[in-house]
Each structure stands twice: as structure tokens, then as C-alpha cells.
Ligand binder design. Structure first.
Ligand SMILES: *Cc1c(COP(=O)(O)O)cnc(C)c1O
Length: 458
């Protein structure tokens, strides 16, 4: 392998870190559907959104036409601490699989949050600071977003209140402690500190919580405290915009060696890493310049793309957030307690939902034991202990590479390795002990979530 001209790691120069984010919506003919006011069902205005979100982020959320948006210098400076991230040629994995496919992964786990989430956290904290706010509130599931936001808030001197899904709070005490080390306060959700939390606790005593529920609590705290706004780590257009830094770097690195991917694969929870990774490639596809196969991978136990409905739905369990048109399992959906691997949000980014609906990308769902098999295989040859979320993408990348082995095709596969799994050892332990099982919800399990979708004629 040493004589090949493509290095194991392609690093861009510091000066090649993108100075603008790319907004894929500018190139979409069918724009993502607008967020709706849950009371009036009219599109949310900037003014209404400004009660919940920071002003500049509202502007980005609603901007469907500006293709390139400048990254403020302060954010560029922060990016330099941990970017550019490497694009790695998975020579060892290819060798192990004996595949003619060429596999690359973009590794976003090289920062303390352990994931790509810091790319948007630092942007959101920056705009909150610039607006003169005291602090921000948010939810976190597996904990990477909460950690990333804690780091970003510490950097800009903002208060950070995190509502953490109770099951994760209990399973991952060290995640919580990292957040507290960065100065955040962390509350298990649902909690008795909010009206919506108390209501959910009364209706579902003993619940282990969900992202939708933690979102409701964080929004309530933001809107009832002067000088606070709510920030979200995925799903929203603004988050996909910030994450485009992943795809822009990936494309720049590939372009340096004249490499064109055939297949681009990413795991999909709310859609931010995938939306970011594919952004410039999707732009080419939308403009009719190039074609790529793009695959979103989700857990079979939380299958919003593959089994959800494309409909307006609440983003949160308490139904206080705006309605978003997306592939959704219904805001009351809570993944089975045996589901270990993150990616537990009931809905999906409106941008990716529209692109999927229009046939620009595919989706696949995978079972968690197969995901952890892929994670283990990857860890043993490539060295990095992957996050369970990222391992969904690894699973499908390996499957596609094995198909190439059968057909003899030398396809180029790029996937997003979104993070590391050091805080997921309870899940790995289950897998290593042979105690991990797969649970695929039945149609009957999913029906109540669909029945509870709000009735919107759009
Ligand atoms: C949050 C997270 C994801 C999923 O979120 P998206 O918004 O879909 O990208 C994937 N991988 C890791 C490591 C994460 O922290």
C-alpha cells in the first residue's frame, strides 16, 4: 500500500478550512416546507421564531436562497483548534474485507465532544453571545450535543442548561461530568423543574425519557427566563448549514486527488451530519452537474425515513414547538428501551426529508447487533473505536464494499465517521456479553404515533 499516491490520511491545510458554509436549500427547486405556528398553522415568522431562537440563527433558518454564508472570523478561529478533520482512506478495512472498493471516511471525532456536533455548537454559541444573551438551554440524548454545547458556551462565557434524556443520564454518568466540567448544569429529563416535565411524569410515571420530551423542557426554560434562548443540535436547517463544513472539507480533499465518490453514506438521527457531509455533492446533483448515490442509514428500531410518514408533526413531545414537515414516527414515539445506539429522534430534517421525498437520496435501516458487529470489525482494523451512531454508516459501507467484492466493481465509497464511542461502553458491554438483541417495532407499535399526528392540510 505504501507505493500508492493516495495517503492514508488526507489533511487539508489550515488555510483550506472553509470560510463559508454552503446552504444546499439555495439549489433546491422544491424548498423544504416552512415551519408552522402550532396555533395558527401559518408559517412561523422571524419575529415568532425570535422568541425561541437567536436572531441570526433565525435568519439562517429562513434563508432558502443564499448559497454561501460567511463563517464569522471568531468561529473560523475556533474551528482551527480541531479542524480540518482527516479524510481517511480505509486501506486496512479494504484489505480485511478483500474488496476492490475504495473506502474513505471523514472522521469528526477528534475533539473532546467526540463528534461533529461541535461544528454547530460553536456557531450557535457565537450568535447567542453576539446578541448579548446570558445563556442557552438545550436537550441532549446520548450526550455529544450537550458536551459540544458546554464546550462552546465555556469558550464564549455563556450559561448552559442541558436537559439530558433520563436513560442516558443514568447510563452515562461520565458524559454528564464532562458537561459539568465545562460549566453546564445538567438535569435528567423528564424532570419536575418544568411544567411540561411534570405533566409528562404524571402521564407516564417511570418513563426513561425521550429527546422530544427533553426538547419541550429546554424550550420552556428558555422562553420563561429573561436573556435565554433555546438551541438545537440537529434537525434544523441552520444546523445542516453549519455542518456543511464537513462536506466542503471532504470534497476539497477528494478534489486534490481527483477522486469522485460513487456512494456517500451517513448515519441519520436528525440528519445534521449527513446533511453536512452530502451538502456540496447534493448541490452538484441538484444542479445536474454530477450524480452520486447517497444513502442515509438509520436504526431499524427508530426508522423515520424507511417507515415514517411524510407529514407535518411536532418536533417535541410536549407539542409546544413549531410544526415541521418531515418523515416522522410521530412525536409520541419512544424507541424500545433495548435500543442502545443513539439516533433516537422521531423525525428528520425537513431539508433531507424533501430531498428524500424527491428521490435525490436513499435510506436504509439496520439492526443494532449488525451495527455493533460492524463497529467491532472497524475498531479492530482501523484503530478508532467508533460511536454506535457512526457505526450505522460503517455497517452499510461494509455491506456496499462486500457487494463490490461479488461484482468486482471498484467503487469509491465515502462515509461519515461522526464520532468515537468511549462513553458507549455500556452498549458495547451488552454486545460483548452476547446480551444485545434486536427489536423492530411492528406496524401496530408505530400506529399510535401516526394516529397522533396533527391534522394539517399540507
Ligand atoms: C448526534 C450524533 C449523530 C446523529 O445526529 P445527526 O444530526 O443525524 O447527525 C451521529 N453520530 C454522532 C457521533 C452523534 O453525536
Amino acid at each position: 500500500m505504501s507505493e500508492t499516491k493516495i495517503p492514508y490520511k488526507i489533511y487539508l491545510k489550515e488555510s483550506e478550512i472553509p470560510k463559508q458554509w454552503y446552504n444546499v436549500r439555495a439549489d433546491m427547486k422544491n424548498k423544504p416546507a416552512p415551519l408552522l405556528n402550532p396555533a395558527t398553522l401559518a408559517p412561523m415568522t422571524a419575529e415568532e421564531l425570535g422568541g425561541v431562537f437567536c436572531e441570526e440563527l433565525v435568519r439562517q433558518e429562513l434563508d432558502d436562497t443564499t448559497a454561501y454564508i460567511d463563517i464569522p472570523q471568531e468561529i473560523q478561529d475556533f474551528y482551527k483548534m480541531y479542524r480540518p478533520s482527516p479524510l481517511v482512506r480505509a486501506y486496512c478495512l479494504e484489505e480485511k474485507l478483500q474488496t476492490p472498493a475504495k473506502i474513505y471516511y471523514k472522521f469528526e471525532g477528534n475533539n473532546t465532544s467526540g463528534s461533529h456536533k461541535l461544528n454547530s455548537a460553536i456557531a450557535q454559541a457565537y450568535y447567542a453571545k453576539k446578541q448579548g444573551l446570558k445563556g442557552v438551554t438545550t436537550e441532549t440524548g446520548a450526550g455529544q450535543w450537550g458536551t459540544a454545547l458546554s464546550m462552546a458556551c465555556a469558550y464564549f462565557g455563556l450559561d448552559c442548561k442541558v436537559y439530558m434524556v433520563k436513560v442516558s443520564y443514568e447510563q452515562k454518568p461520565f458524559r454528564r461530568e464532562v458537561m459539568r466540567t465545562y460549566g453546564a448544569s445538567v438535569t435528567p429529563s423528564p424532570s419536575d423543574t418544568t411544567n411540561v416535565g411534570r405533566k409528562i411524569l404524571a402521564e407516564h410515571p417511570g418513563t426513561t425519557g425521550s429527546l422530544g420530551c427533553a426538547i419541550s423542557e429546554a424550550v420552556e426554560v428558555a422562553t420563561s427566563n429573561e436573556g435565554y434562548r433555546y438551541v438545537l443540535g440537529s434537525v434544523l436547517n441552520q444546523v445542516l448549514l453549519h455542518q456543511s463544513v464537513i462536506g466542503l472539507e471532504t470534497k476539497a480533499a477528494l478534489d486534490q486527488y481527483g477522486i469522485t465518490p460513487d456512494i456517500i453514506i451517513g448515519c441519520a438521527g436528525g440528519g445534521s451530519n449527513l446533511g453536512g457531509l452530502i451538502a456540496p455533492f447534493m448541490g452538484e446533483k441538484l444542479r445536474g452537474e454530477k450524480d452520486y448515490r447517497i444513502i442515509a442509514v438509520e436504526p431499524a428500531s427508530c426508522p423515520s425515513f424507511t417507515r415514517g410518514k411524510y407529514a407535518y408533526d411536532y418536533c417535541d413531545t410536549g407539542n409546544i414547538c413549531p410544526l415541521a414537515k418531515m418523515y416522522t414516527l410521530g412525536s409520541s414515539f419512544i424507541p424500545s428501551a433495548n435500543h442502545a445506539g443513539g439516533l433516537r429522534f422521531h423525525g428528520m430534517s425537513t431539508t433531507l426529508s424533501q430531498l428524500y421525498h424527491d428521490g435525490y437520496m436513499e435510506a436504509a435501516s439496520v439492526e443494532q447487533t449488525a451495527v455493533f458487529e460492524a463497529a467491532t470489525q472497524f475498531a479492530r482494523v482501523e484503530g478508532i473505536l467508533p460511536a454506535p451512531e457512526s457505526s450505522h454508516a460503517i455497517r452499510v459501507a461494509i455491506d456496499e464494499a462486500l457487494k463490490c467484492k461479488e461484482t468486482g466493481e471498484e467503487k469509491t465509497i465515502v462515509f461519515g465517521l461522526t464520532g468515537t464511542g468511549y462513553f458507549d461502553m455500556v452498549a458495547y458491554e451488552k454486545f460483548n456479553n452476547g446480551e444485545m438483541t434486536d427489536y423492530i417495532p411492528t406496524d401496530a407499535d408505530l400506529q399510535p404515533g401516526f394516529d397522533a399526528l396533527p391534522k394539517v392540510e399540507k
